[in-house]
Design a protein around this ligand. Structure first.
Ligand code: FE2
Ligand code: FE2
Length: 333
């Protein structure tokens, strides 16, 4: 997972449209228009570089923080099989963070700097991970809905104009599709189980549905960076379009489970061949983004603790690298 339309915040100024203001920028835009990939050593406008660093690093942070809500259930998974699958899934998310920090580094920023921005609270990550996982069914709902929303967001990024990001996304999307299926399988098992199990699945859907829709970010009209990101082909579809696609794909899956969605306005629109739906609670969205969700403080505390406790690993790795470099220097003399 998990990009979110975090490219905007209220009062944030859009990065100025730079295209066409110099010959280099014009050539750059022509390459994008021809669907060529931009590689790390190619010339690029500063705004393009900054937009990508922000987006890729927020994405990487989300992968890493995203391990916490599910990690909560590894020791309590109901069977050995469920435990092995969940462990593999959570490890995948760590790998996604790793590829993405690597992709961000090709833009000339260090991983240490990006991690520092996360730990100090300066950088954002997806709001969805600030909600608690209170029952086992939440693990099903997260895989089905959260990874499902992530796939919808991320498939278009496989064609992003920046080469290292687009290539990382191809592998990530393959793994996300496994995550989505494992979540849906948990939901299916619960929905076909005892009345208590079905109620547990319904309760998880009730709690995760709206936060999942928030993952697509604010309405297009409130998204100030969108036009430039579209012109640069960093973004291919608008937040609202992706959200609608997700709803249209997911509602029939929920109906198959025999569960209901917590949105009384949700109904099929024959004319549009799409589902109409109710309005997101944007106040809640902004509150969680700004740090006041149920688990924001817990998540940051857990990340900071893990970072502090990993200091000896970083020191040992640096000492080992220095020893090897010294040996190589001695051998060359
Ligand atoms: Fe992921
Ligand atoms: Fe995932």
């Amino acid at each position: 997972m998990y990009t979110q339309g975090l490219d905007i915040k209220p009062g944030d100024k859009a990065i100025p449209l730079e295209t066409g203001s110099s010959e280099a920028e014009q050539r750059f835009q022509e390459r994008i228009d021809r669907d060529e990939r931009i590689e790390p050593k190619d010339w690029m406008p500063e705004g393009y570089r900054k937009t990508l660093i922000r987006q890729i690093s927020q994405h990487a942070h989300s992968e890493v923080v995203g391990m916490l809500p599910e990690g909560n259930w590894i020791t309590r998974a109901p069977s050995l099989r469920r435990k092995a699958v969940l462990l593999a899934k959570v490890q995948d998310e760590a790998g996604h963070g790793l590829y993405l920090y690597g992709a961000a580094e090709t833009l000339g920023v260090s991983r240490a700097e990006l991690v520092e921005q996360l730990l100090s609270g300066k950088a954002k990550y997806s709001s969805i991970f600030n909600y608690p996982t209170t029952t086992w069914a939440d693990i099903g709902a997260i895989g089905w809905l959260v990874d499902g929303a992530a796939i919808m967001n991320q498939i278009p990024l496989c064609r992003c104009s920046y080469g290292p990001y687009s290539r990382a996304m191809i592998r990530i999307c393959k793994e996300e599709s496994f995550h989505q299926r494992q979540g849906y399988e948990i939901m299916l098992t619960l929905a076909r189980g005892s009345a208590e199990q079905k109620a547990m699945a319904q309760d998880a859907l009730d709690r995760w549905w709206w936060p999942s829709l928030m993952m697509f970010g604010p309405h297009d009209a409130d998204s100030t960076h969108s036009d430039q990101s579209m012109a640069w082909k960093i973004k291919r579809f608008s937040n609202d379009d992706l959200r609608q696609k997700f709803i249209d794909a997911t509602v029939p899956q929920g109906e198959f489970l025999g569960l209901s969605f917590p949105d009384p306005a949700l109904r099929w629109n024959e004319e549009r061949q799409s589902f109409d739906h109710g309005e997101i609670d944007w106040e809640e969205f902004w509150r969680v983004i700004k740090g006041d969700g149920l688990c924001n403080r817990d998540r940051m505390r857990a990340r900071n603790k893990a970072h502090d406790e990993g200091a000896w690993v970083r020191e040992a790795a640096a000492a080992y690298a220095e020893k090897r470099a010294a040996r190589a220097r001695a051998a060359a003399e």
